[in-house]
Design a protein around this ligand. Structure first.
Ligand code: MG
Length: 372
C-alpha cells in the first residue's frame, strides 16, 4: 500500500451537527475522533496518511500526533487540493473523517479494484422511496455515493482544477470525461452529520471519565498610568498593572491553567503579545474565546481555583464579584469557582508592592456525547 496516500478530511465546520462540540473533537476514549480515525487507517497498513484540519487548529492537531497535518480550505474541494500538494504517491484514498466507522472490508473491496478506473467509489441504493420535483422516481437508478474513494492522484489534481464545484472526487473525475467505477458500498459507512446519528455509530466508545488538570502562573508589575483590573473587575487603587493587554494577571494565569489541562500550549501562543489585535485587550474576552475553544474541542470545565498574591490593595471586598464574573464567563456554577487572595507578608517583589502575582489550577473533563 506504499503507492497510496490516505487523506482524511477533518477541516469541516460541523455546521449541521447541532452540538457545541465539533465532530472532529468528540472524544473516543482518550483521543479525539479525528485521531481515532487516522489511527484506524494506520492500523490497516497505510503508512502515508495526511489529515486536514481547520486552519486555526493546525497547531493543536500537531500536538496530538506525528501524521502530517495540512490546513483545510474554504470547502472540501480546496482542502483536498491543499493535501494533494503534499502527496507523492500515484493513488490517493480520500475519506471524510466524519465517516468514522468505515468497515475494513469496504476499504479492501475498494483496493481490490485499484487501477480499473481513474476513480473507484463505493455507492449504495437508497432504501426509501425517492421523490424528485414531485415525481416518484425509480430508486434502483439512484445511488448514494460514499467515501473513501480511490483516485489516481494526477487525474484528481487535474479534475479539481475545473471551474465547477464538486462535492466528491467521483463527480469531479467524471466531469473530466474519465472513467469512474462505482462498487457496492456499505451501510455501516455512515457519515456523522447530525447529533442524532451518534447512536448509530457502533464503532465508537464513549469518552474516558478521566479528568485533566492544568496549572497557570502569571506576574505583572505595577504602573501608575493604568486602572487595576482583576478578574474583569476594576479595583480602586493608586496603581494598575503594566502589560500588552489590560494586564489582568488572574485571568492570564487562569487561561494558562485551562490551556494546560487541554494540552493546548499557553496564552502567548494563542494571543501573541506581538499582535496589535491584543493591545489593551479585555482579558475576560480572551477567556471567553478560550472557553469557546474548549467547548468546540470537546472539553467541559469542571472546576477552577485561583490565588491572587498582592500586598495591596485588600481584595476581600471584591472576591465574590470576581468569582461571579469568572463563573459567568466560564459558564459553570459559582460553587465550582474558587478564588483566594493572599499577601506575601511584606516579602519579595509582591511584598514591596512592585507587582501582583496569580496562580490558577483548572480541571477539565470530556464532553459525554454518548448521553446526548
Ligand atoms: Mg500576563
Amino acid at each position: 500500500m506504499s503507492d497510496i496516500t490516505v487523506i482524511l478530511l477533518g477541516a469541516g465546520s460541523s455546521s449541521r451537527f447541532g452540538l457545541q462540540v465539533k465532530k472532529q473533537w468528540l472524544w473516543i476514549g482518550d483521543e479525539p475522533l479525528w485521531l481515532f480515525g487516522a489511527k484506524r487507517f494506520a492500523s490497516w497498513g497505510f503508512s502515508n496518511l495526511i489529515v486536514t484540519a481547520p486552519p486555526n487548529q493546525v497547531p493543536l492537531f500537531r500536538r496530538y500526533c506525528d501524521f502530517p497535518i495540512v490546513p483545510g480550505g474554504r470547502n472540501r474541494q480546496e482542502s483536498i487540493q491543499h493535501a494533494l500538494a503534499q502527496v507523492q504517491t500515484p493513488y490517493v484514498l480520500i475519506s471524510d473523517i466524519a465517516r468514522i466507522c468505515v468497515p475494513k472490508e469496504l476499504v479492501e473491496r475498494i483496493l481490490f479494484h485499484k487501477g480499473e478506473a481513474s476513480c473507484v467509489a463505493p455507492a449504495i441504493t437508497p432504501p426509501d422511496t425517492i421523490v424528485y420535483r414531485n415525481e416518484t422516481i425509480d430508486r434502483s437508478a439512484v445511488r448514494l455515493v460514499q467515501t473513501p474513494q480511490l483516485s489516481k492522484t494526477s487525474i484528481l489534481a487535474k479534475a479539481l482544477q475545473q471551474e465547477e464545484h464538486f462535492t466528491d472526487e467521483s463527480s469531479a473525475i467524471r466531469a473530466l470525461g474519465e472513467r469512474v467505477l462505482y462498487i457496492e458500498g456499505d451501510r455501516r459507512a455512515l457519515k456523522l452529520t447530525f447529533k442524532e446519528d451518534l447512536p448509530l455509530l457502533t464503532c465508537l466508545t464513549p469518552p474516558s471519565a478521566k479528568m485533566r488538570h492544568g496549572f497557570g502562573l502569571d506576574v505583572h508589575p505595577f504602573t501608575k498610568q493604568r486602572p487595576l483590573i482583576l478578574c474583569g473587575l476594576s479595583i480602586p487603587h493608586a496603581q494598575g498593572l503594566a502589560g500588552h493587554s489590560d494586564a489582568d494577571v488572574a485571568i492570564h494565569a487562569l487561561i494558562d491553567a485551562l490551556l494546560g489541562a487541554a494540552g493546548f500550549g499557553d496564552i502567548g501562543a494563542l494571543f501573541p503579545d506581538t499582535d496589535p489585535t491584543y493591545k489593551g485587550a479585555d482579558s475576560m474576552q480572551l477567556l471567553a474565546q478560550v472557553v469557546q475553544l474548549l467547548h468546540e474541542t470537546g472539553f467541559t470545565i469542571e472546576q477552577v481555583d485561583l490565588t491572587i498574591a498582592a500586598q495591596a490593595p485588600k481584595l476581600a471586598p471584591f472576591k465574590e464579584a470576581m468569582e461571579r464574573n469568572l463563573a459567568t464567563t466560564l459558564q459553570i456554577p459559582l460553587h465550582r469557582v474558587n478564588l483566594k487572595a493572599t499577601t506575601t507578608e511584606g516579602l519579595g517583589f509582591i511584598g514591596r508592592q512592585e507587582g501582583i502575582g496569580a496562580m490558577a489550577v483548572a480541571t477539565l473533563g470530556y464532553f459525554d456525547w454518548s448521553r446526548q
